[in-house]
Structure formats: structure tokens, C-alpha cells
Design a protein around this ligand. Sequence first.
Ligand code: HEM
Length: 409
Amino acid sequence: MSAVQRSDQVELATVNLMDVGWFAEGPPHDLFARMRAEAPVRWNPLAGGGFWSLTRHADISAVSRDTDTFSSCRGGIFLHPDQVVPLEMTRNLLLYKDPPEHTKYRLILQKAFTPHSVAKLEDAVRVRVTKTIDAVIEAGACDFAHDIAVPVPLGVLAELMGLPEADIARLYAWTEAIEEAQRAPEPAAATDVFAEMGIYLNEQIQVQTGGESLVMSLRRAEVDGEQLDETEILLFFGLLVFAGNDTTRNTAATGMLALLEHPDQLGALRARPELIPGAVEEILRFTSVVNYFARTATKDTEISDQSIPAGDKVILWYTSASRDEAVFDEPQRFDVSRTRPDHKAFGGGGRHFCLGAGLARLELRVLFEEVIRRLEGIERAGPIERLVSSWAHGLVSMPVRFAPARREG
Ligand code: HEM
């Protein structure tokens, strides 16, 4: 397929959504709109198998909430079970568990992410964002994706886990390597990177013996009266680095791009900063950076009158659901004044709904508050480089220039 094939001309039956060419200029929103209208539950053939593509908001919500029929554990949450990390290993991660095991393990992490616990992090998040902006503000230019979107979530996560500030660069290098592995159409297993990261995190688990970090809460946690062993703690760590880092950074970068491409919307936020929390929801909807997760049917079933045989893979295109015209008025329009859009950026709802949603919202709100307040006249200063992947929507690079805002009073 050419870089971006015209979605209004292509024969839907020939489309392979795992061809990253469709994502070269961001998610193929026109194609998804056609699929929602013409083939909302569509078989996508692939050499050696295939999958069902789900593009409607309602179907994605229904499948996400039915964990008996649609398993995360059986075939994993990517198209290929051993994508990124072998399934035998990833099955131990929360994202890959089915109830009742999932429920027990989720409870452990849930305590760290209650609205109360997250609210307590606001000052620390603001300090982190301020430091990040301080590092670039006098230069009047930076790479927004690299210099602002990356350090904030990584730093917040390191702090949450009680890791030394000096080790952030290593964490960054690992997450880059994992992301690199995800880019290919059939992403390579990132086993070596996870092994190296595992050794480091294991050392950190040994070193921490007190305090209130997440490591210590994991050390104290119990499942069925048993404490977690070191491997389990390690896997929780790995999960947080994987689930909480790139997602937030990609939303910050693509969200900033959306604002720069819609100067009227950016202007509205400058004039009325109280609109920023609502704008974060619209940014989440519009950018919806996790394009999909997968499920496997545990029994013969139906989705919107389409029979789905047991064992088939179902791909939930959250990106498409977040722009479903059945739910949103003019879904392709970026409008920061939308009221509470019911987007699918954090998943389809139900048991696996993003555990870090509150933290991500906090980080994004504070980041956009400070960027808009402190960086005057921010504008693009060069071509963007996209992360080209059918799974993740993000930016590798976005040069911007700006002037430091004059301080009032
Ligand atoms: C804008 C940023 C984020 C986005 C777009 C995002 C998106 C998602 C999505 C789509 C899921 C899967 C939901 C499902 O399968 O139904 C998920 C799950 C998860 N996320 Fe996030 N996430 C973000 C930030 C975070 C953060 C900051 C953390 C924690 C530090 C986090 C931790 C998790 C965890 C632990 C799960 C697994 C929940 C489970 O399986 O029960 N996420 N996230």
C-alpha cells in the first residue's frame, strides 16, 4: 500500500490494518469512519490467521465489559501473543489476567491510585513540570516531544516508585528500546530490554526497606494471605513503566500538536485556563493514543449479529470508538469546550479500565496549565516525526519555539 491510500477509494475487503502504512500520518480516521458505517465487525485476513476489527463505540464497550466471553489471558492483548514479550511472561501482568485472579491483583495497585492518593501528588507533579519547563524556557525553543512530553511522566513514575533521580536516563533508554520494538508491523520481542530492566528494578526492590513508595506498598501487599514474591513485584513495576509512561507522553505530544493545529482552541485556553481540565478530556478523545488492545473469544458468540467462533481474536480499535458519530457530534472536530466526552482513550470500560487514568489526567492538566501559562506564542518550528505504529499513536519529535511569558506583577 502507498503511504496513505485513499480510504474513500479502497476496497474495504482488501484493507489490512496491521499494515503500518495506514498509520504513517496518524491513525486513518477516514478509513475508520467508513468501517463504522459499512463493516463495523470486519474480518481482517492475515497470513497465518486473521482477526475481527471492531470499530464502533458500543461494540467495544460491550466486549470490554464481558470478560467471561472475551479473555485477555488466553491470547494476550496484542495481535500476536508473543509480541513485545513472550506470552508466558506477560500472562503474569495485570493487563493479561482474567477474573477472578485479575480482581485480586488489581486491588493491590488500586490503593495507590485512588482519587485521594492521586490528589496528594499534585504538588510533586507541578514541581516536575516546572523543572522540565525551566530547562528549556530561556532557549526559546525545544523539541516538545523529547524535552517536555518525555521527562514529565517518566519522572513522576520514578518518584512514585522511589527510584533515584539519577537513574531516570536509564529508564528512558529502556522505554525507548521497548517502543522501538513496537514500531515494526510485527513488533520484535523486547525480551532483552525487559531482562536488563528487570535486573535494575530487582536491585531497587532490595535497596528500599522503608518509606511510602509504591515498592514498599507492593512489599506489604498480600494476595490470599501471601505476600507478593520478588518476581511479582517486578512485574508490577514493569507494567507501570509500560502502561503509564509512553501513553502519557504520547498524549502530551499529540495533544500539543492538536492545539498548535487549532490556534483558536489554544487561544481559548490561554484566555480561560479554567477550561483546561475539560480540554484534557477532548485531547484524550481526539488523540486516543492506544489504538487498540485485543481479546480472544472463549466460546462461540456474536457481536452485532456477526458470529464469532471460539478462539478468534478480536481487536478493539479505541481510536475509532473515540470518534464514533453515534456518540459524538462532529467527531472529527477538535473542540475543547465539549462536555465530558465519553472517549475510549483509557479502554472500553469494565474491569481493565486504565488504573492510572486519574494520574494521567493530573499530569496532563498540570502540564498544559504550565505550558500555556509560561510559553507565550508557542508554535511549530520544524517538521514533526511520527511514531509509525498500528498500536500506538505518538510523536518522536516536534520542534517548537516560544517566548517566556512575562511575569505578572
Ligand atoms: C494518557 C495516558 C494513558 C492512556 C491513554 C492509557 C490507556 C490505557 C488503556 C487503553 C488500558 C487498557 C484498558 C482495557 O484493556 O480496557 C490501560 C490499562 C492500564 N493502565 Fe493506562 N493509560 C494511561 C496512563 C496510565 C498511567 C499513568 C498508569 C499508571 C502509572 C497506567 C496504568 C495502567 C494499568 C495498571 C492498566 C491495567 C489495568 C488492568 O488491566 O486492570 N496507565 N491504560
